[in-house]
Design a protein around this ligand. Structure first.
Ligand code: GRF
Length: 209
């Protein structure tokens, strides 16, 4: 399975994928490229350190959204991926990319969708809202990307308990370590082994947990 990983930040989810390919928990998969919309993303450094082709496609002030969308799609296509993985990618995915790669784009979201998701719920904001609401169980979700925000078919989810005294940062770290870094590699491995199908908007996984 040839994948392209889209990133915007620290790249800890990318690192989990790199490690999974390395140690074989993600079978027959190659990270063909890493693309960031943020030239300072540490994720790009991680790609470079691991000999993975990487590039930055950023929306410069003088460019239109259409120009950015076109450049992003061209860059993705240049890697001929079977699967596009959004790992903390904060730009809106161009509709043309959704159409061209329908059911071949997955995203990791740091909550149990449909809670705490949609516009405005990204990064720490998710965990701030979780703590503000006082929920006891949060977690992470891997889902297919459709034209909405965090609305595509759910592939995997994993629960994480909040703890007394949690700060958003503490909770984010726990959700990453206990859920995100496990779910994303597992979802890619399942897809790589042909174990994931979607029937009328519901994901079927033909393998026991
Ligand atoms: C993570 O919180 C992830 O859940 C969200 O964006 C962040 C990405 O972190 N989608 P990293 O760049 O993978 O470290």
């Amino acid at each position: 399975l040839k994948i392209v990983v889209l990133v915007s930040g620290g790249g800890t989810n990318l690192q989990a994928i790199i490690d999974g390919v390395e140690d074989g928990t993600i079978s027959n998969t190659e990270i063909a490229g890493v693309i960031s919309n943020n030239k300072n993303a540490y994720a790009l450094k991680r790609a470079g350190e691991n000999g993975i082709a990487h590039s930055c496609v950023s929306l410069k002030s003088w460019e239109s959204r259409e120009k950015f969308n076109q450049k992003l799609l061209e860059t993705v296509e240049s890697f001929c991926p079977d699967l596009i993985v959004l790992a903390g990618f904060l730009a809106v995915i161009p509709p043309a990319m959704i159409d061209k790669y329908s059911n071949r784009i997955i995203n990791i979201h740091p909550s149990l969708i449909p809670s705490f998701c949609g516009k405005g719920y990204y990064g720490l904001k998710v965990h701030e809202a979780v703590l503000e609401r006082g929920v006891k169980i949060t977690g992470a979700t891997v889902h297919f990307v459709d034209e909405g925000t965090d609305t595509g078919p759910i592939i995997l989810q994993k629960a994480v308990q909040t703890k007394q005294g949690d700060t958003p940062e503490m909770l984010q770290k726990r959700v990453m370590a206990e859920a995100e870094w496990k779910l994303l590699p597992r979802a890619i491995d399942l897809i790589a082994r042909g174990k994931v199908t979607t029937v009328d908007g519901k994901v079927l996984i033909s393998e026991d947990e």
